[in-house]
Design a protein around this ligand. Structure first.
Ligand code: PMP
Length: 407
């Protein structure tokens, strides 16, 4: 009889090759102790963290930590139930009101993760007679949400509103509902979506627009409401999805909308209904982090200055960095044989970044994906650039000749 694990042979040999090429499993890194938002102990060494998505450094917010401690003391450490049963405490509703108010929207739904927010919203909104139009570089949670829905799925070229427009027109289905899904900042490349142009297509074609602001919430826009705010088109966005696990430094996801039916979506959304709600300490920490984010807009300014500094440094030392400057900066290498030793050397020299290997990368080339924080000091950034230079030199890793397409 066939083993259930027969399908793992391919993974085992691919992982074996990665470990053999670099001496360790890059997908099993342990942060033995977070020392601060920017430094962690890895393999016993102080290591600069440049791959944690903790854009504002709020995972270490004293105010959020205190709020979590107080909430656990007052309400316990878990809700033991679904949002539609015993899993909604006053804290959950208060956080939903806070998020909705932050976005100037009618209502918000809070999910247990951002993954579930996409899974839940996309599958609950798009039914079998509807069309889902997804950017080709969409996050796994968006693709998985489309699988859970019974809608017809159409992919359009990454960040290409003209291609989206053509595909909607080609459908020739004027009476079917259509949901377009894009991300504010793309998680692997740091590409920023042209939300204004997507909003124009949405208006022209009568489609709905959902923007996943996972990496742009707290980062883009005058108030940190994301790419749609930065582009001045928030009114054209029907649903904003996001996560607490990046800028706010906690865990959880949300969707905000002005559509009054959001209240009904709560009763038709499996990833919202069939799982336990977030525990009180996380809800309280998230609310405190959101307040801190609003009160400290300078964090956003520092974040963008830091992103520009790291990006300029990579360009200076001849690496092929993302085209656009955002807190996600990917260094594209030509081959996996270069990327694995380079990633390992970076870690040995004291810098942690994310290693992304094809086929999980957008253009089939390996990426050393970095994320910048507001709390990185200029010295830490300069040290990281110097370590990148040294690691590239020692391992013979060269920049990929063609720039990463960012259009
Ligand atoms: N959307 C995007 C674009 C993401 O990058 C991520 C996380 N990497 C998510 C959603 C899911 O967020 P969470 O970590 O809260 O599940």
């Amino acid at each position: 009889m066939t083993s259930l694990f027969a399908k793992y042979q391919g993974i085992a040999s691919a992982l074996g090759a990665v470990v053999a090429a670099g001496g360790r499993n890059p997908f099993a890194v342990v942060i033995e102790k977070p020392v601060s938002s920017t430094v962690g102990i890895i393999e016993g060494r102080h290591t600069l963290l440049f791959g944690t998505n903790n854009y504002l450094g709020l995972s270490q917010s004293e105010r959020a930590i205190k709020a979590a401690q107080d909430a656990a003391g007052a309400c316990g450490v878990g809700t033991t139930g679904s949002r539609i049963a015993n899993g909604t405490q006053s804290l959950h509703r208060r956080l939903e009101h806070k998020i909705a108010a932050f976005f100037h929207r009618r209502d918000a739904m809070v999910f247990s993760t951002g993954y579930q927010a996409n899974l839940g919203m996309i599958s609950a909104l798009a039914g079998k007679d509807d069309y889902l139009l997804l950017d080709a570089d969409s996050h796994a949670s968006i693709y998985d949400g489309s699988r859970l829905s019974s809608a017809q799925v159409i992919r359009f070229r990454h960040n290409d509103p003209d291609d989206l427009y053509k595909r909607i027109k080609r459908l020739d289905a004027p009476d079917s509902a259509k949901l377009v899904v894009v991300e504010g900042i793309y998680s692997m490349t740091g590409n920023v979506a042209p939300v204004k142009e997507f909003a124009a297509v949405k208006k022209e074609t009568g489609a709905y627009l959902l923007v996943d602001e996972a990496h742009s919430f707290g980062v883009l826009g005058e108030h940190g409401r994301g790419a749609a705010e930065a582009d001045g088109v928030e009114a054209d966005v029907d649903f904003v999805v996001g996560t607490f696990s990046k800028s706010l430094g906690t865990v959880g996801g949300y969707c905000v909308s002005d559509h009054p039916e959001l209240e009904l979506v709560r009763l038709n959304c499996r990833p919202y209904m069939f799982t336990a709600s977030l525990p009180p300490e996380i809800i309280a920490a998230t609310a405190a982090a959101l307040e801190e984010m609003q009160e400290r807009p300078e964090l956003r300014l520092r974040l963008m200055e830091n992103a520009a500094r790291l990006h300029a440094g990579f360009v200076r030392i001849g690496l092929n960095a993302s085209k656009q400057v955002s807190p996600v900066i990917a260094v594209t290498l030509e081959t996996v044989e270069q990327a694995i030793p380079m990633w390992n050397r970076l870690l040995e020299l004291g810098v942690y970044v994310n290693l992304s290997l094809p086929p999980a990368t957008p253009d089939s080339r390996p990426l050393l994906r970095c994320s910048v924080m507001a709390t990185h000091t200029p010295q830490q950034i300069d040290d990281a650039i110097e370590i990148f230079r040294q690691a590239a030199q020692e391992t013979g890793a060269t920049a990929a000749p063609a720039p990463l397409v960012a259009s």
